[in-house]
Structure formats: structure tokens, C-alpha cells
Design a protein around this ligand. Structure first.
Ligand code: HAM
Length: 423
């Protein structure tokens, strides 16, 4: 293979110990979703471009510059940059939203964003996401936040903060946008080009600008939380009360406006200083109006997306990932042709019964070489068998942790290894 052929920038291969750690994390998360009554949904990686351009917002980073496009003669498709819009497309397409009782879904899928790669920021990354539809109450907001909190606690992760805000609704946001524009207008020419571009159509996005100079001109800007309508205020205070009842610590953060357009009312982020610059472990919120962008009647919905790479990174930093390899129980060390043939057959006999037994197909290696292999592989037991021992019907079993050794009778070696495996 040409050594110039490497993985695409910002995309990662997973194997070995890191992959084992991912599986450990994935397993726990699937189990938590099950406990909370969420069922899995999988959508294709490729979607029509409009699924995102009409929903996530023309003035968002994702739609403006981060989507991988695939152009065919008849239509323009993109690799899914986020899960919520694809989820909504699927829900509406299969009429699942017609059932008016609350429904809970989750997904675990790769997302693609053409961003500048750095620690915790990839171009293909995996997201666990949850979406709860057809319930407008503050209790479902609380449920989604508690679910995420439970998920991090399940790994004993404590070094994170929950930041919540309300981004208002169609009743109060237009009025607030006007007030914010009046505040910004006198200094607009000093803002960055992107802010200037977004000023007319999406002034609230300016609050999220990473440019320090823009942030300087935003000091003292009116806060959306102070201009919410009565219904949004009531929703927000009900949510806060529920979180307090459930002993969930949160910070009210008016800076949380989220980088996607579809949110209304509750918006939140879970951040951790274990992560460095890309501090968002997860983010989400309510998106009660999103269905209208698919030409449907609005229905209530709330959810979150959590980045797997970032969670694994945070768990690694906090030393909360398992380091032990989960490999098969036995390593077989044959010394001689007869011994090789015997163990070769036995290894498959065991595998058929769900018991792992590894052996190298090198036929002429000595004991020293095998013991080195056994040390490297760290199986629980090593079975050593030489042609001479075969004539005496015995094999040697070594417990790799304690170093203890004992003879095994070849006649009932299969049942003996099975017994050890199950002990
Ligand atoms: P988001 O904030 O764009 O929200 O992404 C959610 C999470 O995905 C982030 O907090 C982060 O952990 C991870 N993430 C985002 N971009 C990257 C990247 N380039 N590399 C690694 N990880 C990344 C959404 O996507 C919404 N769909 C969440 C949602 C669900 N809202 C309602 N329901």
C-alpha cells in the first residue's frame, strides 16, 4: 500500500484498548437508555441537503460551512452533521408523531462536520442522542437533563457543570431580537464580518461569537432571560423547581444560545474543564417548532446530543476507564507437531462452546517464545503441551496471575478447562 494513503483528516481509526474502552462506555449508555424507556432509531448517514438547510438554519456554522456535500445529477445530498433534523425527518416520514402520547427515542450514530480538527473536535464523530416527543411539560425537560446527569454519574464522572438557559419562543424572541439589535447597532461596524452578516436575520447568534473583540461590544447586552413571555418564564421556573427537587445542580447561563436555530425555551449544555477548549460534553434543548420546517403542524419535542469522543476523553482524563484487556481465557502453547494438532482441535471445540482459547499457528517455537507470547497476551491461563507429555496424557496448566501450575489429564481436559472458565 502506498504510504501516502492515510485516513481522512479529522477521522479516526479505533482499535485495541481504546476500542475496548469505547465498548465499555457504549454498553453502559445503551443500558441507561433502556432503563429510561428510550428505544433506538437508526437513520441513514446520507440525507437530502434540505433536511438540514431548512431546519438547522442558514446562518449557522453547520449549514454555512461544515456540511460534506455529495452532488449527483438530480439532487444534492449531505453527510448527516447532526441527529435531530434526521430524526424529525424520519419521525414525520413514518407518521410516528401522529401518536400523541410521549415517545422516547435515542440514537448512536456517526456525524460529519467539516470543522478544523483539534482535541475533542473531529470531522467524523459519534453522538449518542435522545429525543422525547409529544410532551410539552417542564417535567420532560427535567427528564432529559436528569438522564444525561445519570449517564455521567454512572461512570463516576463528577467534574462537569450543567448550564441552562431559556431561548424564548415565537412570542417573545422577536421582541427581544429587536431590543438586542438596538443595543448592538451603534457598534455594528466594529463587529466581525460573520456577526455583521448574521445581524439582520439572526442577531441572537452574535451572543455566541467566539471573537473576543465582538464579545467586548456585547458586555452589558440585554439578556433574553429578562425578556421572556409569561409562558416561557413559567416553563423555566417549573423546570428549575423540578431540578432542585431532584437534587440536580445547575448554573443559569444566559450565554447558552446553542449553535443551531431550531431551539425554543429550554437550552442547555453540559461542560467539563477536563476537555480543554472544546468543553461541551453534551448539548440540547426544546425544539417545539422544528416540525413546521418540514411543513408539518408543530408538536413538542426536546432532546440532547452527546459526543462520544469527548466523553471518552473526559473519562480518560479522570482515570475512570478500565485498562484491563478483555481477551480469551486460555493461551495454548504446543511444543511439537502432535501437541499442536491436539490443541488446534481442542481450541475450536472450546470456541464452539463459547470459551475463548488463543494459539499461534507457529509450529516450531520453543517454550521461552510461548511464555513471552502468553505474557504479552495476558490470558488468564496458559496450557503447555509437549509431544512427550502427550504420551503420558498430561498437559501443564499455568495460572498467569498467581503463577501456580498443575497437571491436567488430557482425557478430560475439555471439561476441566470448561470448569475453570466457569469458576
Ligand atoms: P451539538 O451541540 O451541535 O448539538 O452537538 C452535541 C455534542 O456533540 C457536543 O456537545 C459535542 O459533545 C459533540 N460534538 C459536536 N461537534 C463535534 C465535533 N466536531 N467533534 C466531536 N464532538 C462533537 C446537536 O447536535 C443537537 N442535535 C443536539 C440535540 C438533540 N438537540 C436536541 N436534540
Amino acid at each position: 500500500m502506498n504510504s501516502q494513503v492515510t485516513a481522512v483528516r479529522g477521522m479516526k481509526d479505533l482499535f485495541g484498548e481504546e476500542l475496548s474502552q469505547w465498548k465499555f462506555v457504549e454498553e453502559k449508555i445503551h443500558a441507561i437508555f433502556k432503563t429510561f424507556g428510550f428505544s433506538e432509531i437508526r437513520t441513514p448517514a446520507l440525507e437530502k441537503k434540505e433536511v438540514f438547510s431548512q431546519t438547522v438554519g442558514e446562518d449557522t456554522d453547520i449549514v454555512e460551512k461544515q456540511m460534506y456535500q455529495i452532488l449527483s445529477e438530480s439532487e444534492s445530498m449531505v453527510l448527516r452533521p447532526e441527529g435531530t433534523a434526521s430524526f424529525m425527518r424520519a419521525i414525520i416520514e413514518h407518521n410516528l408523531h401522529r401518536n400523541v402520547s410521549p415517545q422516547r427515542y435515542y440514537y448512536y450514530l456517526p456525524m460529519f462536520r467539516h470543522e478544523r480538527p483539534q482535541k475533542g473536535r473531529l470531522r467524523q464523530f459519534f453522538q449518542f442522542g435522545a429525543e422525547l416527543i409529544q410532551d410539552a411539560s417542564a417535567e420532560s425537560d427535567a427528564e432529559i437533563i436528569v438522564l444525561l446527569d445519570t449517564l455521567f454519574r454512572a461512570f463516576n464522572l463528577t467534574q462537569y457543570e450543567i448550564r441552562i438557559n431559556s431561548v424564548g419562543c415565537n412570542d417573545c424572541r422577536p421582541q427581544y431580537s429587536k431590543i438586542l439589535k438596538d443595543f448592538i447597532r451603534p457598534n455594528l461596524d466594529k463587529f466581525c464580518e460573520l456577526c455583521k452578516k448574521r445581524f439582520e436575520r439572526a442577531p441572537i447568534r452574535l451572543l455566541d461569537c467566539k471573537n473576543e473583540s465582538c464579545q467586548g461590544f456585547l458586555k452589558g447586552a440585554p439578556k433574553l432571560i429578562d425578556h421572556l413571555c409569561v409562558n416561557c418564564v413559567s416553563h423555566q421556573s417549573k423546570l428549575e423547581n423540578r431540578l432542585k427537587e431532584l437534587h440536580v445542580k445547575y448554573i443559569l447561563d444566559p450565554q447558552i444560545v446553542r449553535g443551531l436555530d431550531y431551539y425554543s425555551r429550554t437550552a442547555f449544555e453540559f461542560t467539563s474543564d477536563l476537555l480543554g477548549a472544546q468543553s461541551a460534553l453534551a448539548g440540547g434543548g426544546r425544539y417545539d417548532e422544528l416540525a413546521t420546517r418540514f411543513g408539518e403542524k408543530a408538536f413538542p419535542a426536546i432532546g440532547f446530543g452527546m459526543g462520544m469522543e469527548r466523553l471518552v476523553l473526559a473519562l480518560g482524563e479522570a482515570k475512570l476507564l478500565p485498562t484491563t484487556k478483555t481477551n480469551s481465557a486460555f493461551y495454548f502453547a504446543p511444543l511439537g507437531e502432535k501437541a499442536f494438532n491436539f490443541l488446534f482441535e481442542l481450541s475450536f471445540q472450546l470456541k464452539k462452546n463459547g470459551i475463548g482459547a488463543e494459539m499461534s499457528y507457529e509450529k516450531e517455537k520453543n517454550l521461552k517464545w510461548h511464555l513471552k507470547q502468553a505474557d504479552r497476551l495476558q490470558n488468564q491461563y496458559t496450557v503447555i503441551l509437549g509431544d512427550n507429555e502427550m504420551t503420558q496424557n498430561i498437559a501443564l496448566l499455568k495460572d498467569m496471575k498467581s503463577g501456580e501450575q498443575k497437571n491436567l489429564d488430557l482425557k478430560n481436559i475439555e471439561s476441566e478447562l470448561k470448569r475453570l472458565y466457569e469458576a
